[in-house]
Design a protein around this ligand. Structure first.
Ligand code: GDP
Ligand code: IMO
Ligand code: MG
Length: 450
């Protein structure tokens, strides 16, 4: 500390929310720096569960500033729903600050995301259909609408009009496609076709209605809108701690993940500088969060995926259903080749390993230590070429398992020797100390290591 980044070390849902909540105890501000409401971060306090999509996982501390940084894409309807929901549960929202430069996910982004996925059919990415990709695309095209635009109706209307024009073109084509889909609804992927029909454009794409609606969102969000970079500098310059809470994860990174099966932002630690408006030298620590096994939601390569009883055990015991979409997560053994890659990319200084409790009773435990290519070559490093990764078969080291329930353990000495050896093996292999171990969803269900 003072500048500490928390990143997902695998394919997401590693428990970043819980780790952020725990480390936030020592911080003054908690900042989300990328992604949008594709994220779902869970905190369980005193048996009460909170799921955050846009709001930083520090919000349950009334005295800490929570920031939605400029790198986030923000659906104002979803954000207001989240704010209202938390207020109803008695959470004080006055310390929530939103960057004036964050981009807005507009209704047409959500429609285009769904339509794009339906159009891709079997090749679809399995996005969360929250409009993330189309919104970041508009940002890069300089057609984005930003939070600050909500505060000036004239600018807002002009910007929406300009942004809407090319969408209407695309959506007109989708209108044609909609009719085609309706025709074909009896064949093939009926569910997807029906979804496309249901989500089809038009009524929600009226310039006037959209502008009015967003002006009213602006009124409600105005008290939270701020110059959030400056806010981070003030805390950092006073020698106090800011936590930068990553969403998604390293292997979903737009540049360094398993492209094209990735998200449309950069979840790696370096992106905290751009997404929050700080300098690289402001970052002192990088904590990676990984599960004791591995999961992935959506399509894309996953070398250690299990489609057997052990995978089923992880799914059921770990309640591996998406926080945002409710989809079953694909499960498999921990992949140390991929984890070592994530450690280096993020230059992690510490690791938190979560959900160790889920592995009790399924020993021996396997850890992937290298891949074998289709041609029989040994791969010790994460392959940069997608065809090689798609064909990579993991080679495992087997370690003794443990049968005892560990969800009551609170210190390292209480953990079974096999669990400790498993952790030591991971830490040695990737070269980073494991400083925190999750043994259950509750915030108290953790073991701190030196
Ligand atoms: P995030 O997106 O990285 O914040 O992770 P999610 O919240 O989407 O998914 C992690 C899930 O695992 C949540 O349901 C957490 O409550 C739960 N969880 C976190 N840590 C542990 C742990 O150590 N053990 C168990 N059994 N569950 C955990
Ligand atoms: P948290 O922060 C797991 C996945 C989607 C899909 C791909 C692209 O909770 O770990 P997108 O909607 O971003 O265009 O989808 O990325 N994905 C996640 N998987 N956890 C997440 O967030 C995710 N956010 C996106 O399933 O495969
Ligand atoms: Mg999640």
């Amino acid at each position: 500390m003072p500048g500490l980044v928390i990143v997902g070390a695998q394919w997401g849902d590693e428990g970043k929310g819980k780790v952020t909540d725990l480390l936030a105890e020592r911080a003054d501000a908690i900042v989300r720096f990328q992604g949008g409401n594709n994220a779902g971060h869970t905190i369980v306090r005193d048996g009460e569960e909170f799921k955050f999509h846009l709001i930083p996982s520090g919000i349950l501390y009334p005295d800490k500033t929570c920031v939605i940084g400029n790198g986030v894409v923000l659906d104002p309807r979803i954000l207001l729903g989240e704010i209202d929901g938390l207020r109803r549960r008695g959470v004080d929202m006055s310390n929530l600050k939103i960057s004036a430069n964050a981009h807005l996910i507009m209704p047409y982004h959500v429609l285009l995301d769904t339509a794009g996925e339906v159009k891709l059919g079997k090749l679809s990415l399995g996005t969360t259909r929250r409009g993330i990709g189309p919104c970041y695309a508009d940002k890069a095209l300089r057609l984005g609408i930003r939070v600050q635009d909500l505060l000036d109706e004239k600018i807002l209307r002009t910007k929406i009009r300009v942004a809407l024009e090319p969408k209407q073109q695309a959506l007109r084509e989708l209108g044609v496609q909609r009719r085609k889909l309706r025709k074909e609804a009896g064949e093939g992927d009926r569910e997807a076709a029906e979804q496309a029909i249901e989500d089809a454009p038009d009524p929600r794409l009226d310039l006037h209605t959209m502008t009015e609606e967003h002006v009213s969102f602006g009124h409600r969000l105005e008290p939270h809108i701020a110059d959030t970079s400056r806010l981070c500098w003030d805390v950092l310059d006073a020698g106090r701690t800011v936590i930068f809470e990553g969403a998604q994860a390293t292997l979903l990174d737009l540049d360094h993940g398993t492209y094209p099966f990735v998200t449309s932002s950069n979840p790696i630690a370096g992106a905290a500088t751009i997404g929050a408006g700080i300098g690289p030298a402001d970052i002192d620590e990088v904590w990676g969060v990984a599960k004791a096994y591995a999961t992935r939601v959506g399509a894309g390569p996953f070398p250690t995926e299990l489609e057997d009883d052990q995978g089923r055990h992880m799914l059921e015991r770990g309640h591996e259903y998406g926080t945002t979409t409710g989809r079953e997560r694909r499960c498999g053994w921990i992949d140390l080749v991929a984890l070592r890659y994530a450690v280096r990319l993020n230059r992690m200084t510490s690791l938190a390993i979560t959900k160790l409790d889920v592995l009790s009773g399924i020993g021996p435990l396997k850890v992937a230590v290298r891949y074998r290519s289709r041609e029989g070559a040994t791969l010790d490093t994460f392959p940069y070429h997608q065809s090689i990764l798609h064909g990579a078969e993991p080679e495992y080291e087997e370690l003794p398992g443990f049968d005892a329930d560990i969800d009551g353990c609170r210190s390292e000495t209480e953990l079974p020797a096999e669990a400790r050896a498993y952790l030591d093996y991971i830490a040695d292999f990737v070269g980073v100390p494991i400083r925190l171990v999750g043994v259950g969803p509750g915030r108290e269900q953790v073991v701190w290591r030196d």
